[in-house]
Design a protein around this ligand. Structure first.
Ligand SMILES: [Fe+2]
Length: 385
């Protein structure tokens, strides 16, 4: 745990330095977009979150539930994501870049010191695991912020060789599975509980994600011009955005190019299509006579151990709206799941920037349907099931 926390913090700081190198550490120099945070705010927020749940032993994210004061006098006014409106994060009187970094180091030093005296139990380790998962998720958010702003990633690879698997379709017999995670199985987020039996009908599912070449066929066949492939919400989104191909695709003579972390490159046909939103995934399916998997089907397939089934390249849109499992109860981080039920859509899997310690076939990610800035793609299933 100590190593993981140290690694996560070093990694967060190295990602942050990519913004510093581009002069984007000062919030005023960062474009005010709904889909990103000013990196300096996000850096301070990750340390604040760890301080809140670990050092201040908060019973919940409610403002009255933490002990003592933040190491930074105004830390609670700056970095509480549930209470600091998104727009205002660009205009707070935050400490300097150096000041926020010093705060990050100080929180981590104290966290590691406290951890060294902690019992090795699920209950004692819960806040550490929560803060680690939170920081890992913000590491991924830093990455899609780099992509959104057209800045380079410090990672050696940016996922260019993602598609080296033979596509095939797998038939699964279905049956009863246990959705969600039982208590006493280490750390899980509240939305994975309660564990419950769930019946999955027989289904046929792609072993891999839909590729750029497959998606380009849809585009070439007038997919973005033909309303019949789009849901009403999807058609409305398309009208607003005036899209004729996925975000970042650029036509160059006879081929498509794309932008990866600020670099223009040729779109490789065999790679999974990425930066598509739910509406685009649904429209592709309608065109191809296919459908998206439900999250239960996805989990069944991923846990089946089938040797041809590949996941972990990109987050995968599912057909399932983000809804609570039966007998849901919010955990200490009250705003993690509950405010987003019914408006967001479930994505399963992991992406090439998700740390491997975080990856789980049972993890439920969730985003608004129109998000195409995240590292998401999709796979399809045959009709009817
Ligand atoms: Fe957060």
């Amino acid at each position: 745990m100590a190593e993981a926390l140290q690694h996560a913090r070093d990694y967060t700081l190295s990602l942050f330095d990519s913004f510093v190198a581009a002069g984007m550490d000062a919030p005023t120099r960062v474009p005010q977009l709904r889909i990103i945070n000013p990196p300096l705010w996000e850096l301070g927020h990750t340390a604040w979150f760890a301080e809140w749940f670990i050092l201040r032993e908060a019973a919940s994210s409610h403002p009255a539930d933490a002990n003592g004061n933040c190491l930074l006098t105004k830390g609670d006014d700056w970095f509480d994501s549930a209470r600091v409106p998104h727009r205002s994060r660009w205009t707070l009187d935050l400490p300097s870049t150096g000041g926020v970094k010093t705060y990050c180091h100080e929180v981590l030093d104290r966290v590691l010191d406290k951890l060294s005296r902690e019992a090795n139990t699920d209950e004692a380790l819960y806040p550490y695991r929560l803060a680690l998962a939170h920081e890992d998720m913000h590491g991924e958010a830093f990455h899609y912020t780099l992509q959104t702003l057209g800045l380079p990633t410090p990672l050696p690879q940016t996922g260019e060789v993602l598609g080296a698997f033979a596509p095939s379709e797998i038939s699964f017999p279905g049956g009863i599975i246990q959705l969600g995670s039982k208590a006493g199985t280490g750390f899980v987020f509240d939305n994975e509980r309660q564990s419950h039996a769930f019946h999955v009908a027989p289904f046929r599912m792609d072993s891999t994600l839909v590729t750029n070449a497959q998606y380009a066929d849809f585009v070439a066949d007038g997919g973005y011009d033909n309303r019949q492939f789009w849901s009403q919400a999807g058609a409305d989104w398309l009208m607003r955005q005036e899209r004729s191909a996925p975000r970042y695709w650029q036509r160059d003579g006879g081929q498509w190019r794309t932008v990866r972390f600020g670099k223009l490159c040729t779109l490789a046909g065999a790679e999974p299509v990425r930066h598509v939103n739910l509406y685009e995934a649904q429209a592709y399916c309608a065109w191809a006579g296919r459908r998206l998997p439900t999250e239960a089907e996805w989990e069944y397939a991923a846990l089946s151990g089938h040797p041809a089934f590949r996941w972990g390249q990109l987050w995968e849109w599912t057909a399932s709206p983000f809804e609570p499992y039966p007998d849901f109860k919010a955990d200490r981080y009250l705003e993690y799941s509950e405010p987003w039920f019914h408006t967001h859509q479930v994505l399963r899997g992991a992406s090439f920037v998700t740390p491997s310690r975080f990856g789980s076939a049972k993890f439920r990610n969730f985003y608004l349907p129109e998000r195409d800035d995240i590292f998401a793609g999709f796979r399809t299933c045959a009709w009817p099931g």
